[in-house]
Structure formats: C-alpha cells, structure tokens
Design a protein. Structure first.
Length: 115
C-alpha cells in the first residue's frame, strides 16, 4: 500500500512539473510580424532566415516585397526571435537599415517557409 501511494505521488509530482514547464514554454511563445528595409534582397536574406529559424525552432515565413523590403513572421520564444534578428543584422552581406515590428497573435505553425 505504501509503495503504491509513493508511486502515485511521484507520478503526480512529475506530471505537475511537466505541466508547469510546458505551460511556461507555451506562454512564452510569441509571434512577430517584421518588415526589414535596406539591402535585404538578392543577398540570401530569406534563405539565411529560414536556416536560422529552423536551427532555433522558430516557425513562420519570409518573403520579398515588390518595394525591395522583406516581410517576415516569426513564432517562437522571444529570446530566439531576438537571436534570429541579431544574426540577420550582423550578417556580412545583409544591410538592414531599419525594421518595423509588431507582436501579433500566435498561429501555432510547425515550420518556417520561404515564400
């Protein structure tokens, strides 16, 4: 009887710990809509963004716009999205002059695509 009670308490505790951390992960997930201006087309921006996003576990998309800017939506942990933006900003070939960014509702995407 004591052993079964011990196992039940242990299982309940692990479930609570798991739920707490999964809740933290889900709650910290954001989605940002960003438009990059500057020297951002014809320099591998979209492919670099996709590669970095996949490595960081970020979902969303990126595409060139007719005016020469690049539009992106990135969903994931805020710190991972910041790391993505920092890496793109510090790339040798990419020249970001300015960005417009806003937080938008989370979509629950599973991959990052180049449009």
């Amino acid at each position: 009887m004591k052993y079964n009670l011990y196992l039940a308490i242990k299982a309940y505790s692990w479930y609570n710990i798991y739920s707490f951390f999964m809740g933290e992960i889900i709650m910290n997930k954001i989605r940002r809509h960003i438009i990059f201006y500057g020297y951002v087309q014809g320099v591998g921006f979209r492919w670099k963004a996709r590669s970095l996003a996949q490595r960081l576990g970020i979902s969303g998309w990126v595409e060139n716009l007719p005016d020469g800017s690049v539009e992106m939506e990135a969903e994931g942990a805020a710190r991972d999205i910041e790391e993505l933006i920092d890496a793109l900003s510090n790339d040798t070939w990419i020249g970001i002059e300015r960005m417009e960014s806003e937080i938008i509702p989370v979509h629950g995407d599973y991959n990052f695509e180049v449009k």
